[in-house]
Design a protein around this ligand. Sequence first.
Ligand SMILES: C[S@@+](CC[C@H](N)C(=O)[O-])C[C@H]1O[C@@H](n2cnc3c(N)ncnc32)[C@H](O)[C@@H]1O
Length: 259
Amino acid sequence: MTANWIVVDQPQLRQRLRQLGLDEALFAGYWSGEQSGDAEPQAVLEYRDGVLQLRPLDRRWGHPLVVDFGQGRSGFRMARAHHEMLVKAVTGRARDPLRVVDATAGLGRDTMLLGAAGFQVTAIERHPLVAGLLSDGLERARLQAESAPVAERVELVVGRAQALLETWPPASRPDVVYLDPMFPARSKAALVKKEMRLFGQLLGEDMDSASLLPPALAAATRKVVVKRPRKAPPLGGQEPGYRIEGKSSRFDVYPVTPG
Ligand SMILES: C[S@@+](CC[C@H](N)C(=O)[O-])C[C@H]1O[C@@H](n2cnc3c(N)ncnc32)[C@H](O)[C@@H]1O
């Protein structure tokens, strides 16, 4: 088998995975030594300068991709999280700090905004490459003074969200479940940076996203919030209770009737 990305089999990388509590078996079939076949991988996951990173093999795809919450716009947005549309959609009229499951965590930008708003967040990610980068970024965020209090409120669980939501312990149901599955049309328009475009290609589309809504509605005690491109149909064709519209995306809100 030849994957379109591979993991460089370095002792330091294996050690970092152990530190992060990530099972090496998560990357089965992706280790460099396991590759055969003709197709060339497009990027490698490696551990360099103390950071887990995805390095495109062709420079035309831009810079290595790392998760760094202390960099660029991320810190600025976290500092004013209460102004974010996502946070407003999740909060609604609630006054107490909420428990939120971010069931499609990706690179964790929304996860950290929810954490910065003061919520306790369980972030779920199933893709090994994404889970690796995010786990490494969260761990580094826990060691930096500005981001530590936020990162401490976030727990990453690696797995398929449908299964996890279906078996959620009744005693600790989340107030809100947030869903932001990959949407095909947005990859070209919104993922501007070259490395993000490559990343979108490596991941592909989330073909099963509609099947996330029923277990999310069953697990949440207050509501499910779904991020969609502005003109996209609602997830699974199911109309939300209401919508919060932004310039390029919108949040579909499904209130849950207490039962
Ligand atoms: C569009 S990205 C999310 C971006 C994220 N909101 C952020 O701010 O970075 C979607 C992510 O959800 C993950 N995903 C999709 N369906 C999933 C599922 N059923 N279980 C767990 N993860 C899933 C994908 O692997 C991908 O990393």
